[in-house]
Design a protein around this ligand. Structure first.
Ligand code: SF4
Length: 446
């Protein structure tokens, strides 16, 4: 056991999910603590409006299939959301028992019910009676899977295009196994396939001609294309820096090939940066996160930050990297400058300014960069109207091009992008596409 893992039990699997599944007894006891509130605040706080008291009551009575049905009817990605949702800020944060002892463990109960059916390959839903309409969904992350599932349940023939080898988007490639193992998101892809959705991997559209081709072949198109590339920082030696998302991806789908340094600097302070830092730490590295603002401006969820502190990950706040120090191809350090906070910038956060003469070097042999992703460049290539660089949509997720809808991170011009919001976008888009296609049918028969 290394110093990095000293807080874990001696027999702990360092790369298993952080939270063990609830036992049947634990789940029943926890379910029976729920007050089944009328106008339940937990339900109101869930962006996908899962009927939380009902699914918990069904667990309490041993009806796990019924419980999973209640969850998945509202949120087809209930297994992923049970793991990655910031429940402290959403359903559990709203639970009335917060003021008593502790909130109901809604996320873990949800995982218990959904895993019960999905681990057994039980499919609770069927494709609707065929409408004869076709829809292309581009991107198989949470928004795409959600829309595809809802459209298939309504009887539309859905083709789901995925540019990667595996479906699931960020759930498969971008969330560390401690939070969501690959098999969880792949089970969700299988559940969509079981509804008759045609999943075609290694396929993408790159320009407006590609979109036109889809519009010629399908009655409607839903774009769930995510975000763009990781931005360049423009500092000398950046070519030696590892991309945080790629680091996480390797740790999930090619773990044997993952290279982890002994002393690692992670640039950024969002959830991806913490995820990358956690993986490096679990591999025994001495890890320092470097952020140009303070703890108060971090974009990571508070509980993620506290988790990282508990893991023994160090922080250098008000610190801006300016150069990767190398000896040949070998990294020996990250040169930084200290920052001071000035007046608020366009994001409303105080803008950091370098403190002259404060340069110093953090010794390290690996640098990982996780400073977010750029706006979706594809939005421009497709010739769609933009909103602050993201695809512009109305309340029904309609883009500026007729029969083209969009959702998920690629439309999130305001607010925080999250899995659960992407799932809800997929539901809204599916409902709007269904309405369009139903009107089309009525007009044709009128
Ligand atoms: Fe149960 Fe808490 Fe929701 Fe009330 S707010 S229904 S106690 S989970």
């Amino acid at each position: 056991m290394t110093e990095a893992t000293a807080h874990l039990p001696p027999d702990a699997n360092l790369f298993a999910e952080t939270y063990l599944p609830l036992s049947a007894h634990e789940a029943t006891v926890e379910a029976n603590r729920c007050l089944y509130c009328f106008d339940a605040p937990c339900l109101q706080a869930c962006p996908t409006h899962i009927d939380i008291p009902t699914f918990i009551r069904k667990i309490g009575t041993g009806n796990l299939r019924g419980s999973a049905r209640t969850i998945l009817e509202a949120n087809f990605l209930g297994g992923t959301c049970a793991r990655v949702c910031p429940v402290q800020e959403l359903c559990e944060g709203a639970c009335v028992l917060n003021s008593e002892e502790k909130p109901i463990a809604i996320g873990r109960l949800q995982r218990y019910a959904v895993d019960h059916v999905q681990e057994r390959g039980i499919q609770l839903f069927q494709a609707g009676a065929a409408t004869g309409h076709t829809v292309a969904v581009v991107g198989s992350g949470p928004a795409g899977l959600s829309a595809a599932a809802e459209l298939a349940k309504l009887g539309h023939a859905v083709t789901l295009l995925e540019r990667r080898e595996l479906g699931g988007g960020l759930s498969t490639y971008g969330i560390i196994v401690l939070r969501e193992p690959v098999e969880v998101s792949l089970r969700e892809v299988e559940a969509v396939k079981a509804l008759g959705v045609q999943v075609e991997t290694n396929l993408e559209i790159t320009d407006s001609a590609g979109l036109d081709a889809l519009l010629a072949e399908f009655d409607a198109v839903f774009l769930a294309v995510g975000l763009g590339a990781v931005p360049a920082m423009g500092m000398p030696g950046e070519e030696h820096v590892v991309d945080g998302l790629q680091f996480i991806e390797e740790s999930k789908v090619n773990a044997d090939a993952l290279h982890v340094g002994q002393t690692v600097a992670v640039i950024g302070a969002g959830n991806t940066a913490i995820d990358a830092a956690t993986i490096a730490r679990r591999h025994g590295a001495d890890v320092t996160m470097v952020y140009r603002r303070t703890e108060a401006e971090m974009t990571a969820y508070r509980h993620e930050y506290e988790f990282a502190l508990h893991e023994g990950i160090g922080y250098q706040f008000l610190t801006q990297p300016v150069r990767v120090v190398t000896d040949g191809d070998r990294i020996t350090g990250l040169e930084c400058v200290k920052m001071i906070l000035g007046t608020p910038d366009a994001s409303g956060r105080p803008s950091p300014k370098p403190l002259p003469g404060s340069e110093f070097v953090i010794p390290c042999d690996q640098v990982i960069k996780a400073i977010g992703q750029e706006k979706p460049a594809l939005a421009v290539e497709l010739g769609l109207k933009l909103d602050h660089g993201y695809i512009a949509v109305d309340d029904a997720m309609r883009t500026s091009v007729p029969r083209v809808y969009a959702g998920g991170d690629c439309v999130r011009a305001r607010g925080t992008a999250s899995t659960v919001m992407a799932v809800q976008d997929g539901k809204y888009a599916a409902a709007a596409i269904h309405q369009l296609l139903s009107e089309h049918k009525e007009a044709a028969h009128g």
